[in-house]
Structures are given as C-alpha cells and as structure tokens.
Design a protein around this ligand. Structure first.
Ligand code: F6P
Length: 327
C-alpha cells in the first residue's frame, strides 16, 4: 500500500455529540505521527467540491466539549454516482490526501466501502450516530449523550405529568431501532416503552395502563420509539387511549432534533478520543475497510461490510427489567 502522508477526515449522515471530539482525536493523532491532516467539509458533498481545510493540533483546540461537527455534515446524492465518486477521488488526489477517516453511520460507511473498492483508496470508519444501530460496537458516538439528554427531559416531563395526574406519550428518535427508547425509558422510570423490536400491541398497552391506574399510579409516561410498529403515531395513540380509557388525561411530547445536540458526555469524549487514535494507527499499519468499535470496553476493528450488513441487537434482559420495574 502507498505510504500515507496525509489523511482526510469527514463527518457524514446525521450528526451526533462526540463528532468534534473524534475529529480532534484524528487530527492530533496525525500530528503525533507527524503526518498531515485535512478536514473535509460537508461529507461526500464537500469532497466532490474539494471543500477541504488543512488542520493541525492547534486547529482543534476547544472543541472536545462541543456538540455537532465543525466540519458540517450532509447526505450526498451525487456521491451515489460513479461520476460523483470519480470527481471526489480527483479532488483527494489533487489535495495529496492518501486515506480517509469517515465518521458517520452505515450509509456513510457504504459510500466509503464502494469508494475503496473502485479506487483502492484506504478508508477507516468511526461509528457516529445517536441511534446506536451499528453492529460491531456496543456504543456509537453520541448515543450516551443522547440517553442523558432524553432522561433529563423525561424527568422534567414527569414533574408536570405528576402535577396534573396526566399520561404523557413521549416520542424519541432512533430511526428504526429502539435502543434510545428502551435505555432512556428504563433510566427515567417510564411506565411503558414501545419499541419496533417488540410489538406490544394496543390491547397490552391499554391493559398496562389500566393496571397502573388500579395500582394507584396518578401519572404515567410512555416512551415511544419513532420507528415503533403499533401502526399509530403518538397523536393517534393519545386519541386511542382517551377513547378507551376516558379516566386518563393525555398529552404528547415529540422530542425531535434536540436529541442530536448538546455537549458530549465524558463517556462520548473518551470514546471519541480512543476511536480516533485507533482509526489513524490502523491506516498507518496499512489496514483499511474497517470500522473502529467498542466491545467489552476494548477498542476493536470490524470489517466495514459486516458493520453495514449487521443488525444491532435489542437487549432482551433490559426489556425484562423494564417489565418488572413497571409492576
Ligand atoms: O440517524 C440519526 C437520526 O437522528 C435518526 O434518529 C432520525 O430518524 C434521523 O436521524 C432524522 O434525520 P434528519 O436529520 O435527516 O431529520
């Protein structure tokens, strides 16, 4: 493999807290090994346009605690075409960039893998998404921060729910997986948690709410993953419960994109720092097409193909804990 003298780093797909910390780690690890580093703005879109910035150890000061990504992120239709990828390759060669670190989700890794296959261009992936839906790592960057954000918000909703003896449906992100809903739901003591991996069914939901009332609960919080499969959105669930359980006064809160923001937790900052080092050292060791991950608190690498095709598994033991806690 060609000697690596300059590494490009980019963020792609939905942003997540910890991305800036990961960029910082990649840049500083390059500086440590005395190789150059270039930031690529706006993911593959910026790569096609040659929108690059040379970065050194001082360029990334004061960002470890910043949410979002200073390199911006974007989803690129052009990169899905061979012409777009060829234009991107030409831009990288013109800038003397020899390898790539892609911080993003499975969609971003798919682009990186195709790019490697077409141009034999070294690529390493760092899993950055709040959804935690990527195989090959117990934690994606941003997931821990988002859990803490969601738990904090649910605690606040609990204050008003208990003041008014109300039931709240709270919708959280996660695309088509339920990790945020399940973990934040247990952490915030939600009475019910609706996730796509386990279709509770509306009857079971009504039964659970009846039991809550009978057991003397004056207010309830039901967390609903946005990919949930009850077939009703949170507003329709509100109407359904009000129709079948008129003793409940129901409100809805859709948390939305605030779950993507905020200063990264210490866990995410440390994870980002560890992953950035591993990604750069892997490239310098001549490795490619791998995603850096965390498995049993060890930093590991997984073939990109497996990370992309793999399914993150929902924690069945945690579902059981949740059922017991809502007795
Ligand atoms: O993948 C991260 C995520 O926040 C998902 O949880 C959510 O469904 C999606 O991105 C929202 O996408 P966009 O940022 O395009 O609105």
């Amino acid at each position: 493999m060609k000697e690596i003298k300059k590494i490009g780093v980019m963020t792609s797909g939905g942003d997540s807290p910890g991305m800036n910390a990961a960029i910082r780690s990649v840049v500083r690890t390059c500086a440590f090994y005395k190789i150059e580093c270039a930031g690529i703005y706006r993911g593959y879109e910026g790569m096609i346009e040659g929108d690059f910035i040379d970065l050194n150890a001082r360029s990334v000061k004061g960002i470890i605690n910043k949410g979002g990504t200073f390199l911006k992120s974007a989803r690129s239709k052009a990169f899905r075409t061979k012409e777009g990828r060829q234009a991107a390759y030409n831009q990288l060669k013109k800038a003397n960039i020899d390898a790539l670190v892609v911080i993003g989700g499975d969609g971003s890794f798919t682009g990186g893998l195709v790019f490697n296959q077409e141009f034999n261009f070294p690529v390493m992936g760092i899993p950055g998404t709040i959804d935690n839906d990527i195989a090959g790592t117990s934690h994606t960057l941003g997931y821990d921060t988002t859990l803490n954000t969601v738990v904090d918000v649910i605690d606040k909703i609990r204050d008003t729910a208990s003041s008014h003896n109300r039931l709240f449906f709270v919708e959280v992100m996660g695309r088509d997986v339920g990790h945020i809903a399940l973990n934040a739901g247990v952490g915030a003591g939600a009475e019910e948690i609706l996730i796509p991996e386990e279709d509770l069914g509306l009857e079971r939901l009504l039964e659970s709410l009846r039991r809550s009332k009978e057991s003397g609960k004056s207010s309830s919080i039901v967390i609903v993953a946005e990919g949930d499969k009850t077939g009703k959105n949170v507003f329709e669930l509100k109407d359904y419960v009000e129709e079948h359980l008129p003793e409940y006064e129901v409100r809805v809160s859709v948390l939305g994109h605030m779950q993507r923001g905020g200063s990264p937790s210490c866990f995410d900052r440390v994870l980002a720092s560890r992953m950035g080092v591993k990604a750069v050292e892997s490239l310098l060791d001549g490795k490619s097409n791998l995603m850096v991950g965390l498995m049993n608190d060890k930093i590991t690498v997984t073939p990109l193909e497996r990370a992309i095709k793999g399914q993150s598994k929902i924690n069945k033991e945690l579902i059981r804990v949740s059922d017991i806690m809502s007795v």
